[in-house]
Ligand binder design. Structure first.
Ligand SMILES: Nc1ncnc2c1ncn2[C@@H]1O[C@H](COP(=O)(O)OP(=O)(O)OP(=O)(O)O)[C@@H](O)[C@H]1O
Length: 941
């Protein structure tokens, strides 16, 4: 970036800066005068141009900058070397950022004067108001971003007199431009819809037609190289295509992760709301301040024992950062939770961080698209996802255009899968850029300490070493909780005081202990409160132990223990319906929700029920149940419980899964959009569908894996219905992994058995047909069956489900081809594809030019590569379609070549090997020639 500066001698000089060494500068926004009168880059280099009328603007900007204590300033007329094409192109793409990063932006209004000749009639409006409203500056294309990008925009008359800034003039600017106030106040532009942003530029003009679009690049945060000569329509089309590709990519990231903003809301909600007074102490803490304000302190590690309030502290810090930092700065965060397998892995952490970064600064999607355009959605979840995501994130964090960024990860100790990799990444990346600051929290684990030790620039904040602050915060929490209890339960003063005193003396600076006791008191009659107070021992484990003791004494002790064991071992929090399906003893009261809620209540404060989902109150409760209470809750070991969950899962799935559970009817109905039926037929089996194989892997699995065992029976009777259900649950990738796990288990079982053969075939089946079924659930019964080899066990088992309306089916070979799986979803040419979990596509398609046509009788299909198919019907009304042609009535190929359609309704998904390079349709017949030279025909009823 070139910047101007007036030297001591009053001479104007220009200097070039790298992106990361740019000093503080002012920037000018103005309306260009006659081209010949503007001072150019060349003029400055040759120290000429002072006689041009445009020089006055330079003087103005330089003088104003000097008054504001800024040495450097930037003006578009003379700070871009237009002779250098690459520099010019870079400048067009960087302009928004340069305006945004400027310390001051001065708008020079050459058509507004402080004391105009004609006076303003409106007594209340300043004299310049009418000129201001009519100023050409508001009608130009580039000035839109110059108004929106900078934090501070000041308006000056041609006499250099300041009129105000964009905040003091916000009402006028809103009335002139129609741009909503929040956008003028600096709210991130990504918060406004594409259409709304397009509306802001309506009626604005640019001298060069393409600039109408190029001046929007920053407003949409899109990287697009200018191609002058492409015309206004061409440029606009390219912008729209880019935006569409970006939106699709962001949606695909979101499909593979939960939204951390929702996780935060849920956590605050399940924990009873965030109390500001109980986290505010951190803002004045010396370590926190050092991290916040010292550029050399980049990683803050907050550590403390269970229940000390780390998670809520981080929630509070996120809120405070959001409030206090610049609107353009990025805050991205992730809450690990060991009890939920969707958010307890290192890859999930990166996905969540990445997602929040790209929705705040969409141009960062560039780094994702480098890979995503080749690999599609699998990029975020296949076996190599970790490597791809670390590379993407590392590049993003080094991008000189990255806004100041705060990355926050809560509960590293709850990252169950690949914690060491995550720690190594954090330790390395936290030193990488001065613009990026990290906060992580965890328990006092030496393993974490050891790895974070590797990070430079770190600050440690131990809650135990800040006992006074934490203690004060816990006391505030106690007061608030007890007041609420007293009000709800109508405590008299002595009871109120006794509860307060007891909690204060025994809390031991542990929020969670207070929360658990209050939960118990909530369910205690007022008359028993004082008696009960003595029974709450200090310390979390002691409290858990007492809760366990109470459960053991209840009439439903066995049932409660079974429920606790189950909840401690499931891979994500489950719904009430799923709970009922998985606990046999609840079968008899399945419809009695009140009784089920009552039993959950009997499990003491170990469980919380919110929005129909059962949660373990805290990770420390899970730790307690699985270790210290294992003798009582899991007397026969965890394997037995996993096995019981597996058996119940198979039962509930066998009972509920069937063809077309959601009544989609149309064979091409997409899995992306459908209305969830009420009641949801999958409500009780959703968890089982996704996790039964995981429970098998953790169980003592021998008996269920025998020939004729429960799993074989399940697969024989329900395999296709299960795949349909997985598609409806948007979990086909998980299903693929499950089948890979199952296959590797049976592989290790030695001799060939019928079960082993079935699992192998079923694994091939889902790998090959993943795309079709994931796209449209009912294609499990159409494309998947028809394009499986005739000897496929799954095909034979589900012959009854094959569509009757296809009377001539594609001829298939006996056995599976070498193609294991095709990775769908990429939109560009593919240079490299890999997927270690599911194998590589071994077949390469070589596209040959080929023509296909029916002969004059309609009975023979000819191609120029010499293959002929004989058609049963005698038709002569033949049309030949090149594959890229648009929709036809009757039987046809979709314009993207992936479907056979009828009257534009999708019927049959074509696996990539079977997609046509050209096709011929005749009445009910369609002939297809593929790139590999294969020819096949289908006839529809
Ligand atoms: N600022 C706060 N506002 C409201 N509740 C709080 C606050 N801080 C802590 N709590 C209460 O204390 C409980 C424990 O806090 P939190 O879950 O944050 O602990 P933690 O240190 O993250 O535990 P762990 O690391 O073991 O998961 C919460 O469930 C909540 O009830």
């Amino acid at each position: 970036m070139h910047l101007l500066k007036y030297g001591e001698d009053g001479e104007l000089t220009i200097a070039k800066f790298n992106e990361d060494t740019i000093p503080s500068y002012a920037i000018l926004s103005h309306r260009w005068g006659a081209e010949a009168q503007e001072v150019t880059f060349d003029d400055i280099a040759r120290t000429i141009g002072k006689d041009k009328s445009g020089y006055e603007k330079i003087q103005f900007c330089g003088e104003q900058a000097r008054q504001d204590g800024l040495q450097y300033f930037w003006i578009d007329t003379c700070c871009i070397n237009k002779a250098n094409k690459a520099e010019f192109s870079w400048a067009i793409q960087s302009m928004f950022r340069w305006y945004r990063n400027a310390a001051r932006c001065y708008v020079y209004l050459s058509d507004v004067t402080a004391s105009p000749q004609g006076t303003d009639e409106e007594a209340s409006a300043p004299l310049w108001d009418s000129d201001f409203r009519k100023s050409e500056w508001f009608t130009r294309g580039w000035t839109l971003q110059e108004l929106l990008a900078p934090g501070s925009v000041e308006f000056f008359t041609r006499e250099w007199e300041k009129l105000g800034d964009k905040l003091s003039l916000i009402q006028q600017i809103y009335e002139i431009t129609g741009i909503p106030r929040p956008a003028l106040q600096g709210v991130s532009l990504s918060q406004f819809s594409i259409n709304e942003r397009l509306r802001w530029k309506e009626h604005r003009k640019t001298t060069c037609e393409e600039d109408g679009t190029y001046s929007l690049l920053g407003i949409f945060d899109v990287d697009l190289a200018p191609v002058y000569g492409e015309g206004a329509a061409g440029a606009f089309r390219r912008l729209m295509v880019e935006i569409e590709k970006r939106e699709r990519c962001i949606k695909d990231i979101r499909r593979t992760c939960t939204d951390p903003r929702d996780d935060k809301k849920r956590i605050e909600n399940t924990k009873g709301g965030l109390l500001k007074d109980s986290y505010r102490w951190i803002l004045d803490n010396a370590s926190f301040q050092q991290w916040h304000y010292d550029p050399q302190s980049r990683l803050l590690w907050i550590k403390g024992d269970p229940g000390k309030g780390k998670t809520m502290l981080l929630c509070g810090i996120i809120d405070e950062l959001r409030r206090s930092i610049a609107k353009m700065d990025l805050v991205s965060y992730f809450f690990c939770q060991a009890t939920d397998s969707r958010i307890n892995s290192a890859t999930a952490v990166l996905r969540g961080l990445l997602y929040l970064l790209v929705i705040q600064q969409p141009s960062l999607i560039f780094y994702v698209r480098e890979k995503y355009d080749h690999a599609g959605k699998d990029l975020f979840e296949d076996a190599n996802a970790w490597f791809a995501l670390t590379e993407i994130l590392a590049k993003m964090l080094r991008d000189p255009r990255l806004n100041a960024t705060y990355l926050i990860i809560d509960a590293l100790d709850e990252c169950v899968t690949d914690l060491p990799k995550l720690l190594e990444f954090v330790a390395k990346q936290s030193s990488a850029s001065s613009r990026v600051k990290w906060i992580v929290s965890s328990r006092n684990w030496p393993g974490i300490e050891e790895q974070l030790e590797q990070a430079g620039h770190k600050v440690r904040l131990s809650l135990e070493l800040n006992a006074d602050s934490v203690s004060a915060a816990v006391n505030i929490f106690i007061q608030q909780k007890v007041s609420k209890l007293a009000e709800q339960k109508k405590y008299d003063a002595p009871t109120h005081n006794a509860v307060l005193a007891r909690l204060t003396s025994n809390a031991n600076d542990t929020f969670l202990w207070v929360a658990l006791v209050c939960q118990d008191l909530q369910a205690t009659a007022r008359r028993n409160v004082l008696k009960k107070l003595d029974l709450f021992p200090p310390g979390l484990d002691a409290l858990y132990k007492r809760m366990m003791q109470q459960i053991s004494e209840s009439d439903d002790a066995e049932l409660c223990k079974q429920m606790l064991a189950l909840i401690a071992l499931v891979y994500r929090p489950i719904t009430l319906e799923e709970l009922v399906a998985l606990v046999k003893q609840l079968e008899d009261i399945a419809d009695d929700t009140d009784s089920i809620r009552e039993i959950i209540g009997l499990c003491g404060s170990f469980l919380t029920l919110r929005d129909g989902i059962v949660y373990l109150v805290h990770q420390s409760a899970k730790d307690f149940l699985l270790a210290k209470a294992a003798g009582e809750v899991l007397p026969s070991g965890t394997e037995v419980i996993h096995h019981a969950i597996l058996v119940r899962s198979l039962q509930v799935m066998s009972k509920t899964l069937k063809r077309d559970m959601y009544g989609l009817q149309a064979f091409g109905h997409t899995a992306k959009k459908f209305k969830l039926p009420d009641p949801d037929p999958l409500a009780s089996s959703r968890y089982s569908c996704v996790y039964w194989v995981d429970h098998l892997c953790s169980s003592d699995h021998i008996e269920s894996l025998q020939d004729g065992g429960a799993i074989e029976v399940f697969l024989r009777n329900n395999y296709l219905y299960w795949l349909e259900a997985l598609s409806l649950c948007k979990s086909i990738p998980k299903g693929l992994l499950s089948m890979a796990k199952l296959q590797s288990i049976v592989q290790g079982m030695g001799k060939a058995t019928s079960f082993k053969a079935l699992v192998q075939d079923a694994h091939r089946f889902v790998m090959y047909h993943k795309g079709a079924i994931e796209n449209s659930p009912l294609q499990a019964y159409v494309s998947a069956l028809l394009f499986s080899p005739t000897a496929s066990l799954v095909r034979k088992l589900f012959q009854r489900e094959e569509p009757e309306w296809i009377t001539i089916q594609p001829a298939m070979s006996n056995n599976w081809s070498a193609c294991l799986q095709t990775l769908e979803g990429h939109s560009e040419s593919v240079s490299s594809i890999w997927d270690a979990s599911s194998g590589t596509c071994l077949q390469t398609l070589e596209i040959m030019s080929s023509n296909v046509a029916f002969d004059s009788t309609g009975s023979h299909l000819h191609t120029d590569i010499g293959l002929v198919a004989i058609i049963a019907s005698q038709r002569s009304d033949v049309t030949v379609n090149k594959t890229q042609q648009s929709i036809h009535l009757g039987i046809c190929i979709s314009s993207d070549g992936t479907w056979i359609t009828h009257n534009a309704q999708k019927l049959l998904w074509l696996p990539s090997e079977y997609r046509p390079i050209c096709s011929a349709a005749s009445g009910r017949f369609i002939g297809i020639a593929t790139g590999s030279g294969k020819i096949f025909t289908c006839c529809f009823k």
